[in-house]
Design a protein around this ligand. Sequence first.
Ligand SMILES: Nc1ncnc2c1ncn2[C@@H]1O[C@H](COP(=O)(O)OP(=O)(O)OP(=O)(O)O)[C@@H](O)[C@H]1O
Ligand SMILES: [Mg+2]
Length: 454
Amino acid sequence: MADAPRWWRRRGLRARLALTSASALTIALVALAWLFGYTVRRSAIATLDASARHSADDVVTLIDANRLPDPILTTGGATTIQVLDRTGRIRAATPGSDRLVPLLDDRDLASARHDRRARFLDGRAYGLPDLLRVVALPARDGQTVVAATSYEQVRDNLATVVRTLVIGTPVLLILLGAAGWLIIGGALRPITELRRGAEEITGTARSRRLPVPEAHDEVHDLAVTLNDMLGRLERAEARQRALVSDTAHELRSPVASIRAQLEVALDHPDRQHWPATAAGVLADTLRLARLADDLLVLARLDERGARPAVREPVDLDALVRSASDRHPAPRVPIELRGGDPVTVAGDATGLTRMLDNLIDNATRHAATGVRVGLEHAGAWAEVSVTDDGPGIPPADRERVFARFTRLDEGRSRDEGGAGLGLAIVRETARAHGGDAYLEDAVPGLRAVVRLPVR
Ligand SMILES: Nc1ncnc2c1ncn2[C@@H]1O[C@H](COP(=O)(O)OP(=O)(O)OP(=O)(O)O)[C@@H](O)[C@H]1O
Ligand SMILES: [Mg+2]
């Protein structure tokens, strides 16, 4: 028995549903058949008893009128009647019935007279049918009228009813079970189709969706949800593909540049100014290294989702004030405007990289100078980096936060990076529970990072 649940678990959904409904149906039908047979038997016996009582009543009336004939003639003749006097002797009886032995002995007679209920009697001893229903009614002067009716007809009828039920119930069960099997199969078909759809999807690169059933039911909702998920996965995959191809694209130019410089140098080794070649190759190598670093930072941000690497107290004011140490000899002067100490919870390395990316952009684009500010308003700290350069048109201010987006593609290669800086800024800010955006500084651009204060 311990194995039954396991056996049960291994059945298919359709088989389990069909078996469950068939079991419930079996119990219900058997109970119904039993109840039907029981009711039919009860009502047949009640009818029989009523007719015996009726015949006995008629005889009681005759006795009361002092007109009792002997033999007693009843209509139909199916009922055997005896009239017993006070001493238990038979005074009168229907023709063909025993005139010496009463149908009920003294004890049965007394209780039958008393409770007036019908009872079964074996009639064989009296030359009557084997099973009888007997009633006894009291009459004048302590006499008793005993009436017996044969139970045979009722028994035959009941046997027919039972036969019909015994054959009919299983046939009905089989029919209903088969119908259930088909209906359950029909109800599960959309799921089968979902599965088939999913099977076809695997491995194909085309846009992939599962078949959505027409009925607005649970399977429909499931298909819609799964399709949404497929859509999200598809977009994520597309992003991933784009990232790989953008990365490959970005890698190509420094690698090609290194290769060209080395090839030229090796073609004419004696006429070559090797320190200059090495410096050129080093610059390209640094670009590659930066690209690799930035990609790694973004990959880590992706991995962690919306959480910083660590949550340690970071003093933003100190971070702003130390910015000039990290930017020695900038192209334009950097003015630092710190304020009161403002502490946020997060990753100091990440936040430093974020601020430096903004300062890099600003010093590269500024005309005369860069201002770095820190403000504390309520639950938020705002770090801003403002320059007086050309700015970014409003239409592009969101777009530049996307990875590998560069607006000044035409500029000299050495100036710009791969276009990952602002993506790192925004994703770092969001991982710390804040956000980053760009504003007009008339002239120039103001980059703002809002972070929740600890
Ligand atoms: N202060 C600014 N003024 C004008 N344009 C800017 C400024 N900051 C960024 N941009 C524009 O936004 C683009 C995206 O900036 P982002 O920092 O993401 O990339 P990048 O600086 O080109 O490369 P990276 O930061 O990876 O070295 C830049 O290419 C530039 O066109
Ligand atoms: Mg940048």
